[in-house]
Design a protein around this ligand. Structure first.
Ligand SMILES: Cc1ncc(COP(=O)(O)O)c(C=O)c1O
Length: 504
């Protein structure tokens, strides 16, 4: 079956993107590697002056039978040692990127060997069977990828949409570019499609219509929520109806642990899924639903390999990615060569199957961490306390099905000072509890830090700005950053802080 081409969304581009031309110097750089051309055309240093003969690394070997966190021994049957030479002539394995190439200028889209792996991986995970001209573009991670999205689509004064609580760095990036971020109400399952629909159907047309939706569909930061396939489908239909681009920022996509089971019902032996079971069990991505090329997916190695790789990639239509490429030629040029060659070598040695083994192993680690965190929260937090008049619980913990974060929802109105000293202001409870947790020697961060507070000029109808539970505050914690014993102790301290603060 021949697939249709993506649509042209260039009319949504920013003025900056519309006026950008490809760098003329980049149009001839491919001739640098042409043996028939004596290249006197660009300021490329001779690779003889790169002070590295080779680089070597050792990584564990699939299928990682001792778990992905097991110490890596020297190269033996459990580890692979690779040596990446400088010269192409010394390359021993097909797919290796010689240092003389990866440390040179050029290849702004990414090194071909890495891109080839990522294209295949994207096909394995997202199928990409709805339009023909999709591709991938290497980035320096999702922070940089998002910054590029803003520059490609937004002018100062434009409006975009995001979850009512969202990753604060992403919100700051938009605000500092003069872009207004309008909040979309969410519950423990993420964006509520009917609320999004209401906002868009009733949009005050005197304000520019939103050009894009920024969403973190899996293990959302900070709420830990995950969008269901059904909600994603509804949101995608709204994107078509109201003509906006969806940017899905997905660093936590592979940490899909599934539903939390209490220790009584949890099975002690977890059966390792087959690759097929693993892939089929993953949530559908927005990019996999997209038959027009209006979704850009930001993927990152930060949470699955290491944040310091500073490497990620965008999946989207070639039409959109070309504009990103022109931007990157003037900004990052390309992700660092060391990173690209090393990550590419690791992935190509593991192969697509080996990488799936890694991701399965990683998910297992996070499942144990998530389960331990929720067990401890249920043990140490006063989850059974309810308000005598309203019967509302003081604390609610919804176990996340994906990602690195858990959230403690607190009914601020149950604070003993709420009606008096705190003037019924939940923010004052938030501040007081934040100070208390630090005093007790643990850190969780206030949900207020992540609030999406934007309003358009002129404003949207007041019904578009609903706050579902006005007296609810929340704190974000993570089970990612510390070993299990420390995490349990931290959660115990959290319980003490809550009891003291709420006079229990
Ligand atoms: C939603 C979200 N996007 C992006 C990032 C940063 O990703 P990267 O390290 O790829 O820039 C994070 C976390 O640090 C995040 O939570």
């Amino acid at each position: 079956m021949t697939l249709p081409e993506s649509k042209d969304f260039s009319y949504l581009f920013s003025d900056e993107a519309k006026s950008r031309k490809p760098s003329p110097l980049k149009t001839c750089i491919h001739l640098f590697n042409d043996p028939n051309i004596i290249f006197l055309g660009g300021g490329l240093p001779l690779s003889n002056y790169f002070p590295w003969k080779e680089i070597s690394a050792i990584s564990p070997k699939p299928p990682f039978p001792n778990g992905i966190g097991a110490p890596i021994k020297n190269a033996d049957e459990e580890a692979i040692e690779y040596i990446i030479p400088k010269a192409k002539a010394e390359i021993r394995e097909e797919g290796d990127i010689p240092l003389e190439r990866c440390l040179q200028y050029g290849f702004s889209q990414g090194q071909p060997e890495l891109l080839k792996f990522l294209r295949k991986h994207t096909e394995v995970i997202h199928k990409m069977d709805k339009y023909s001209d999709w591709d991938v573009l290497a980035t320096i991670g999702n922070t940089g990828g998002w910054e590029s999205c803003l520059r490609v689509f937004c002018n100062r004064g434009d409006n975009i949409l995001a979850e009512a609580h969202s990753f604060s760095s992403s919100l700051s990036a938009a605000l500092s570019q003069g872009v207004n971020v309008f909040p979309i109400p969410m519950d423990e399952f993420g964006i509520i499609p009917s609320k999004l629909e209401f906002i868009l159907d009733n949009w005050n047309e005197k304000a520019p219509k939103p050009k894009l939706l920024y969403t973190i569909p899996t293990g959302q930061n900070p709420t830990g929520s995950s969008l269901s396939d059904e909600r994603k489908f509804e949101i995608y239909q709204l994107a078509k109806k109201h003509d906006f681009i969806i940017v899905e920022d997905e660093p936590y996509y592979f940490l899909q642990m599934g539903k939390y089971e209490s220790p009584e019902t949890r099975s002690s032996v977890e059966k390792k899924p087959t690759h097929e079971e693993f892939v089929n069990g993953l949530a559908k991505s927005f990019v996999s639903l997209d038959d027009e090329g209006r979704v850009l997916r930001l993927d990152s190695f930060s949470k699955v390999l290491a944040p310091g790789t500073r490497l990620g990639w965008i999946v989207g239509s070639k039409k959109l990615l070309t504009t990103f490429l022109y931007l990157h030629e003037m900004t990052i040029q390309a992700p660092a060569g060391f990173t690209q060659t090393l990550v590419s070598k690791t992935l190509n040695s593991w192969g697509q199957d080996g990488y799936l083994d890694w991701l399965i192993g990683l998910r297992h680690e996070y499942t144990v961490k998530r389960d331990t965190a929720i067990d401890a929260l249920r043990q140490h937090l006063p989850v059974d306390i309810r308000d005598k008049t309203t019967n509302e619980p003081l604390v609610v913990v919804n176990p996340p099905v994906a990602g690195m974060f858990f959230v403690i929802n607190i009914d601020a109105s149950q604070h003993p000072k709420f009606n008096t000293e705190f003037n019924k202001d939940p923010k004052k409870v938030e501040k007081a509890f934040y100070e208390k947790v630090i005093q007790k020697g643990v850190l969780v961060v206030p949900g207020g830090w992540f609030e999406t507070t934007g309003e358009t000029v002129p404003p949207q109808p007041k019904e578009s700005k609903v706050v579902l539970k006005p007296n609810e505050i929340f704190f974000r914690g993570t089970y990612a950053a510390v070993p299990l014993d420390k995490m349990k102790e931290g959660i115990k301290r959290l319980g003490v802080a809550l009891r003291e603060e709420f006079g229990l």
